[in-house]
Write a protein that binds this ligand. Structure first.
Ligand code: F6P
Length: 374
């Protein structure tokens, strides 16, 4: 019997179940036995798996989340009895025990780092792109982004009427600590007035000026999507200094820099509230904050994600039949290509300042809070 394993890893999102159905059904029709590992890389580490059958897939396509469940565990850092244990060789061993031709790992940046570790330890893998952040390197699209975009755009649409009724500034926090793809695309499709993203550090005076200008022109409210990782110019300097400290130090100093960076991330909502208060003080307008949070990862997958899942599943099955391992199936300029996992792992796709979505937003008068001269 030809056999493969499959798992979902990292943050969940709508479209994962559709992808499991698509990969599984394509491979089963080619005579493969498909084992589904539970809880991300924990599944193969502790040998927790289910046999996929036609019955297992029944009714799954339109459900959000992942029926295999997921985790953010790395192969080399798993918690066992309150200790951090390297389970890399256990994963490889369990995959051998099940006589898997390869392991299919569905995930984003962290998953690809894990996949590369396992590949270096001798495991054959194929990976599939998943992230609502859309920041995975080497692919134009990833499962989850389109569904999250639908939620975020719907939220901006809904905020318009209450913003207008109360003449308020509405700040809405959208997921993405490093990349602003979701914030930018939701802002553009929802008709935002100011968009704040990690790739373009903002100047608070410039943001306040844009809001006051709008009000003086008779626009009595403003909508501002703010990415989790959006930083003012000053905050970005502090953040970069911590990154440098982490890169250049060792031991305790490095751990301290890492902890400070993690604190920076965990304080994104407090930063947003401070920004809201500051903008209110500078413009004299009332302001409110909405944090979309995990609503963006919930619900049924969009049609776009279901179509992407259908195509990725077929492409993945073709790579398995070709024994073309060590690759991520990526979408580049409308074509599916197989990219070596080492080209994806450890890299991040950020928004270039001249991206057409940035230019389109600027063309419609959206401010990114970037001062003229910078
Ligand atoms: O990695 C995707 C993502 O949704 C980010 O946009 C978000 O910052 C993060 O996950 C939230 O992670 P968690 O669900 O672990 O809180």
């Amino acid at each position: 019997m030809k056999r493969v394993g499959i798992l979902t890893s990292g943050g969940d999102c709508p479209g994962l179940n559709a992808l499991l159905c698509s990969v599984g059904k394509n491979l089963m029709r080619q005579g493969y036995d498909v084992l589904g590992f539970e809880d991300g890389f924990e599944g193969p580490a502790f040998d927790r798996c289910v046999q996929m059958t036609d019955n297992w897939f029944s009714g799954l396509l339109a459900l959000g989340g992942t029926a295999l469940r997921t985790s953010r565990c790395r192969p080399n850092k798993m918690t066992v009895d309150n200790r951090t244990v390297d389970m890399t060789s256990d994963i490889v061993e369990n995959c051998r025990k099940h006589e898997l031709e390869c392991l299919i790992a569905i995930g984003g940046g962290g998953t690809h780092k894990g996949a590369l570790m396992l590949q270096k330890a001798g495991l054959k893998l194929i990976t599939l792109p998943k992230t609502i952040d859309n920041d995975l390197a080497c692919t134009d699209s990833s499962i989850g982004f389109a569904s999250a975009l639908r939620v975020a755009t719907g939220a901006i649409d809904s905020l318009h009427s209450t913003a207008g009724s109360h003449k308020r500034i509405m700040l809405v926090q959208i997921m993405g600590h490093r990349a602003g793809w979701l914030t930018l695309s939701a802002g553009l499709s929802g008709g935002a007035d100011v968009i704040l993203i990690p790739e373009m550090p903002y100047d608070i005076a410039t943001v306040a000026e844009a809001l006051s200008r709008r009000r003086n022109e008779g626009n009595l409210f403003s909508i501002i999507p703010v990415a989790e990782g959006a930083l003012s110019i000053e905050e970005k300097k502090q953040y970069d200094a911590l990154l440098d400290a982490k890169a250049s130090s060792k031991g305790k100093a490095r751990e301290a820099a890492k902890a400070a960076l993690a604190k920076f991330d965990s304080e994104c909502s407090q930063r947003l509230i401070r920004l809201s208060e500051e903008l209110s003080a500078r413009t004299g307008m009332d302001s409110r904050v909405t944090i979309l949070g995990h609503l963006q990862r919930g619900g049924s997958p969009s049609s776009i994600d279901r179509l992407l899942a259908a195509e990725l599943g077929r492409e993945c099955a073709m790579a398995v039949l070709d024994h073309d391992y060590g690759k991520m199936i990526a979408l580049q300029k409308g074509e599916y290509v197989r990219v070596p996992i080492e080209e994806v792992a450890g890299r991040r796709k950020l928004i270039p300042p001249d991206h057409r979505w940035v230019q389109s937003a600027i063309g419609m008068g959206v401010s990114f809070g970037v001062p003229e001269k910078s």
